[in-house]
Design a protein around this ligand. Structure first.
Ligand SMILES: *Cc1c(COP(=O)(O)O)cnc(C)c1O
Length: 401
C-alpha cells in the first residue's frame, strides 16, 4: 500500500490495479464532500449535480446526518430484525407518516435493487400469479429479478435466462400494457419518471390508465421511486403529481441521507406477510435507521420538497433560455432535470467537469442533473452559465471541423 500523498492519478492507478472492472474509471478521485460540493484528491472543488445518482438529496455530510450517525455508531449499529429497536421504531413511524394514507407497513432493506426484489415477491404472494409487465427504457437495478424488469439489452442479455415471465411494453403506451396485462399478471412495474432511460415523464393519462388497468385486471401497480423519491421531483414522491397511488412503492437512494438503505412501502392491497416470507441481515439496522430519521426530519422541517419544486422550476426555465442549436428539449420535474441534446453528451460532461461541475448522462444524448435539494441558487446559476458556454464552444468546434 502506498503511503505517499494521494493524488487523482495515484488513486486511479491503485483502484485500477484491483477493480472488478465493472465501473468506468474517471480521471479524478473524489475524497471529500460538503453540501453541494465535492473535492478531488488534487484539491479542486466541484459543484455536484449528480449527488451519487440522486442519493445526496441533503447534500454531503449534512450536519444532522453526521450527528445522528456519530451518536448511533457508538450506541448500536447492528441488530437482527426480530429484536425491536428505538431507531427502527422511529424510522418506521416517520416513513409511514411520509407515505400516503394506507401505507402503514414498510419492509426495510439496503438498496434499490433489493426493494425491487421484495416488491416482486410480495406481488406474486398477494396475487398468486407469476407474470410481470415492465416498461421499455425502464431501469430497476442489477440483481436477477430487478434486471429482468430492466429494459436495456446491454444490462440483461449476457445474464439470461433471468426470471421468466417478464414482458416489456413501450413506456407511455397504455394500449401496449393493456395487451400484456392479463389473468396471469401479478404486477405492472414502472418508474414515474424514467431516470436512466432519459428523464422521461409519465403523462397523467398513462399513469392513471395503468392504475385503472391494474385495478380492472387484478394486478398490483408497483411504482419504482428509487431515484425520483424523497423530494427529488418537488413532491415527496413523483406519483403525487399524478393524483394516483401505487399498491407497492420501492424506495432507495436518498432515503438514508447517504448511507446504504432501501425500503418497500406496502399499500392496503398487499396481503398479510408472515414470518419467513422475506428478510435481510442488514435491513433496518439501527445505524441506517438513525441516518434515515435525520434525513426525513430534515426533508420535512427544512421544507426541502417545496424547495426542490421552486428551485427546479427556476433551473429548468434558465436552462431553457440557453440559446443553442444543440438543445432539443429541457424536461424534468423538480430537481430531476434533463437537457436533451442534438450532440453526444460525453464531451459536454467532460467539458463541464473541466469547469468544476459534475453532471450525469441519461442515454447517449441526454445531460442529466440531480443536484442536492439544498444546493444554493448561485451554484445553479453558475451551472447554467457553464452549460451555455460549453455548448457554444462545442458548436464552434463542430463547425470548424
Ligand atoms: C438506481 C435505481 C435502482 C437500483 O438501485 P441500487 O441501489 O443501485 O440497487 C432501481 N430503480 C431505479 C429507478 C433506480 O434509479
Amino acid at each position: 500500500m502506498s503511503t505517499s500523498k494521494n493524488t487523482n492519478e495515484s488513486l486511479r492507478e491503485r483502484e485500477l490495479a484491483h477493480t472488478s472492472g465493472v465501473y468506468p474509471t474517471k480521471d479524478v478521485a473524489m475524497v471529500r464532500g460538503k453540501g453541494a460540493h465535492l473535492w478531488d484528491a488534487d484539491g479542486k472543488q466541484y459543484i455536484d449535480c449528480a449527488a451519487g445518482h440522486g442519493v445526496a438529496n441533503l447534500g454531503h455530510a449534512h450536519p444532522r446526518v453526521v450527528q445522528a450517525v456519530s451518536n448511533q455508531v457508538g450506541t448500536l449499529t447492528t441488530l437482527a430484525g426480530s429484536f425491536p429497536n428505538d431507531q427502527r421504531a422511529e424510522f418506521q413511524e416517520r416513513l409511514t407518516a411520509f407515505l400516503p394514507e394506507g401505507f402503514d407497513r414498510v419492509f426495510l432493506c439496503n438498496s434499490g435493487a433489493e426493494s425491487i426484489e421484495g416488491a416482486l415477491k410480495f406481488a406474486r404472494l398477494t396475487t398468486g400469479r407469476p407474470g410481470i409487465v415492465a416498461a421499455q427504457r425502464g431501469f430497476h437495478g442489477r440483481t436477477m429479478g430487478a434486471l429482468a424488469c430492466t429494459w436495456d439489452k446491454k444490462y440483461r442479455e449476457p445474464f439470461e435466462p433471468l426470471i421468466g415471465a417478464v414482458q416489456h411494453a413501450p413506456y407511455g403506451k397504455l394500449d401496449g400494457f393493456a395487451e400484456l396485462v392479463g389473468d396471469d399478471t401479478a404486477c405492472v412495474i414502472v418508474e414515474v419518471v424514467q431516470g436512466e432511460g432519459g428523464v422521461r415523464l409519465a403523462t397523467p393519462e398513462f399513469l392513471r390508465g395503468l392504475r385503472a388497468l391494474c385495478d380492472e385486471r387484478g394486478a398490483l401497480l408497483i411504482l419504482d421511486e428509487v431515484q425520483s423519491g424523497f423530494g427529488r421531483t418537488g413532491r415527496r414522491f413523483a406519483f403525487e403529481h399524478y393524483g394516483i397511488v401505487p399498491d407497492i412503492l420501492t424506495m432507495g437512494k436518498a432515503i438514508g441521507g447517504g448511507l446504504a438503505m432501501g425500503a418497500i412501502g406496502l399499500g392496503p392491497g398487499v396481503c398479510e406477510l408472515k414470518v419467513g416470507h422475506h428478510g435481510s441481515t442488514f435491513g433496518g439496522n439501527p445505524l441506517a435507521c438513525a441516518a434515515g430519521n435525520a434525513t426525513l426530519r430534515t426533508l420535512v422541517e427544512d421544507r426541502l420538497v417545496e424547495r426542490a419544486e421552486e428551485l427546479g422550476q427556476w433551473f429548468r426555465t434558465a436552462l431553457g433560455e440557453i440559446d443553442s442549436a444543440q438543445v432539443r428539449e429541457v424536461r424534468g420535474l423538480g430537481l430531476m432535470v434533463a437537457l436533451d441534446l442534438r450532440c453526444r453528451v460525453a464531451p459536454v460532461l467532460a467539458a463541464l467537469q473541466e469547469r468544476g461541475i459534475i453532471a450525469l448522462p441519461a442515454g447517449p444524448t441526454v445531460l442529466r442533473f440531480l443536484p442536492p435539494l439544498i444546493i444554493e441558487k448561485e451554484d445553479l446559476e453558475h451551472v447554467v452559465k457553464a452549460v451555455g458556454e460549453v455548448l457554444a464552444e462545442l458548436t464552434v468546434e463542430g463547425a470548424a471541423r
